[in-house]
Ligand binder design. Structure first.
Ligand SMILES: Nc1ncnc2c1ncn2[C@@H]1O[C@H](COP(=O)(O)OP(=O)(O)OP(=O)(O)O)[C@@H](O)[C@H]1O
Ligand SMILES: [Mg+2]
Length: 379
């Protein structure tokens, strides 16, 4: 098996759309190349309608690509779909839980569908109910659950068969900050256990906090693919902030860099640059040669919001008219679902958005990104 959990090569997908008598095709994925190492947390970002769910559906064998190829642990998602499915789990964008069943019954159903040995099924269900803090509510009908409880149950169902790769399509959309944290903790636990995570999200702070690598999907293409720090360095605005113990140190340091901006009232100096290691070395070297010891140092980089707006140029609104959720979504965990390529013109609709620093739902607010810069180094 490959060390790569996911590899896509020139992946393409378009959907048919019928307007009156005319049928046209809308290209959603226009040649996507991605590779995700085993054990990595990979986040796919993009505005509404960018094709994140389509990508997840193709990678999780629910839809077929039109062209190109996609492999999961070296197995082709189309020709070897049957071998791919036991390795993966999917928590889809829209809940897969059955509201008429209890939490325990939902899990038991998935355990049976996943062909877990009968002797193991019961213990696994109870273990997950406990781990996801659903023990108390296990015997209650899911229709009485809160959104956060449903989402936790959804994820528990995804994990029943211990997948090596988990797809999480907007796992925390609509959750309150506490439930989001719980979800993040669960993701971290999975990663510690060696599970690879492929995440889509519109919360930039979520990608920042969880992902080793982030790709931005826009206009059918990957417009950036880097670490969170690397992405932030793509847009101008990074700087190194230095603090000094005396006005004379500040003055002397200010003379070292023509573009530097001194703030005498706080004895600080901002030196613009990319905020990378070389930039930092150059600054520290300059200070050392001049015999100046800073009392503090912080690297300030642009936020992912800045990066997103710079890369896509249209972060403030959906790329398509807003509407109700489409019907081309998975409605069962990947392990249990049959592949279904639903090129349904009726489904060509946008997605609703909510507030809280999400992409495509209006300008980012500070609700979910209270501190969009990061102090990487301080002393
Ligand atoms: N089954 C389908 N039939 C026709 N068009 C579809 C279908 N599924 C998705 N689309 C269209 O493809 C585009 C990409 O949709 P997709 O759901 O992959 O986007 P997304 O990035 O997940 O968006 P969101 O952030 O709103 O979840 C949209 O224009 C959507 O309307
Ligand atoms: Mg989606």
């Amino acid at each position: 098996m490959s060390d790569l959990a996911i590899r896509t090569t020139n992946l393409t997908k378009s959907y048919g759309r019928t307007t009156g008598r005319k049928t046209s095709r809308t290209t959603v994925l226009d040649g996507i190349d991605l590779s995700v190492a085993a054990g990595e947390v990979f986040a796919l970002l993009g505005p509404n309608g960018a094709g994140k769910t389509t990508t997840v559906n193709i990678l999780s064998t629910l839809q077929h690509p039109d062209g190109g190829s996609a492999e999961i642990f070296g197995l082709d998602v189309v020709s070897q779909a049957g071998a791919v499915r036991p390795l993966i789990g999917l928590t889809g964008q829209f809940s897969a839980v059955d509201g008429l069943l209890t939490g325990r019954e939902n899990l038991a159903l998935v355990a049976a569908l996943a062909h877990l040995p009968k002797s193991e099924q019961r213990a696994r269900v109870e273990e997950l109910l406990e781990r996801f803090d659903l023990g108390q509510a296990a015997a209650k009908q899911v229709s009485t659950y809160s959104g956060g409880m449903r989402r936790r149950l959804d994820l528990a169902m995804t994990l029943i068969a211990r997948p090596r790769l988990v797809f999480l399509d907007e796992p925390t959309t609509g959750l309150d900050p506490r439930s989001r944290r719980t979800m993040w903790d669960i993701v971290s636990e999975l990663v510690a256990a060696g599970v690879t995570i492929f995440l889509t999200t519109q919360y930039l702070d979520e990608a920042d906090a969880l992902a080793d690598r982030i790709a931005v999907l826009d206009g059918g293409r990957i417009v950036a693919d880097d670490t969170p720090a690397g992405l932030k360095r793509l847009v101008p605005g990074a700087r190194v902030d230095l603090a000094f113990a005396s006005a004379s140190d500040l003055d002397r340091a200010t003379g070292l860099w023509p573009g530097a901006h001194a703030r005498p009232e706080s004895l600080t100096l901002s030196v613009p640059g990319d905020g990378g290691a070389a930039h930092l070395r150059q600054i520290l070297g300059g200070l050392e040669s001049a015999g100046i010891e800073p009392s503090g140092l912080a690297v300030e980089t642009p936020s992912l919001d800045d990066v997103f707006f710079a890369l896509t140029g249209h972060g403030a609104g959906p790329v398509e008219p807003a509407g109700t959720p489409g019907t081309g979504e998975p409605d069962a965990p990947a392990g249990a679902a049959a592949p279904a390529d639903t090129a349904d013109p009726e489904a060509d609709q946008g997605r609703s958005t909510d507030a809280g620093g999400r992409l495509g739902g209006g300008p980012p607010t500070s609700i979910s990104t209270p501190d969009t810069t990061r102090k990487d180094t301080e002393r």
